[in-house]
Design a protein around this ligand. Structure first.
Ligand SMILES: [Zn+2]
Length: 241
């Protein structure tokens, strides 16, 4: 397929409004609500580069504003299966791949995109962590490495660079890893997409347990820069593969 045809990118907003994933100790930021709010920024940037972008979420449409309007604007495809409590179940298409929220992976597989990105934030322990921990991009083993490396590089150059007003990271970079061995836990989505031949990655480069990260992404400028880093990583990968 020629590059000018425009590739399809599927973005998944992690978790659901009913069970929002990791939340900062002060309650300011949660994984799901953050990405509902800013996924439109990523989508716009991908579309501006001539590609197509579809956003999905495992849960129901948010009822509260501003998320209800933002979700509609971003055209979020609601999969209406919030899987509260992290119940794990098999992929419809690759039943030996098991995970919570597998409905998103199955939706991505059905769309046959160039790649799929699962939008998450990271967290360790309870309360605020001490100091910075390297961010992570987790990719699927057979098809996702180049995508994971592009995202890792984009987080380092577009988000973590404090010389240009980026997010404090204390010199700790971002790592791109595969988590194939834990195939029955978080990597279930990645492995199902791997089986389908679709490059995929999970973004875990920002910690809601890192007070400096939460301060940074609680500002619209910082949040947009985080969204831009994801878009940049995807676009770099699309342009070089
Ligand atoms: Zn998560």
């Amino acid at each position: 397929m020629p590059a000018c045809a425009g590739e399809l990118v599927v973005l998944d907003i992690g978790h659901s409004t009913a069970d929002a994933g990791a939340v900062s100790p002060d309650g300011r930021v949660s994984e799901c609500l953050f990405w509902y709010r800013y996924v439109g920024e990523i989508k716009r940037e991908i579309e501006a580069a001539g590609h197509r972008c579809v956003v999905c979420n495992r849960g129901y449409a948010p009822k509260k504003e501003p998320l209800a309007t933002l979700a509609k604007e971003a055209g979020v495809v609601q999969l209406n299966k919030p899987d509260k409590g992290g119940v794990r179940y098999p992929s419809k298409h690759f039943p030996d791949r098991i995970g919570a929220g597998m409905v998103s992976a199955d939706y991505g597989i059905e769309r046959k995109p160039a790649c799929m990105i699962f939008l998450h934030l990271n967290s360790v322990g309870n309360g605020w962590q001490k100091g910075h921990i390297p961010g992570l991009v987790i990719y699927n083993r057979r098809h996702g490495q180049a995508l994971g490396e592009c995202l890792r590089h984009a987080f380092e150059t577009e988000l973590y660079d404090t010389r240009t007003g980026g997010m404090p990271q204390g010199g700790k970079g971002c790592r791109a890893i595969t988590r194939f061995r834990k195939e029955e836990t978080a990597a279930g989505w990645l492995n199902a997409l791997d089986d389908a031949g679709i490059p995929a990655a999970v973004t875990e480069a920002i910690y809601v347990s890192d007070r400096a990260h939460v301060d940074y992404i609680s500002t619209p400028v910082g949040a947009r820069r985080a969204a831009h880093a994801v878009a940049r990583g995807i676009l770099t990968w699309l342009s070089t593969r």
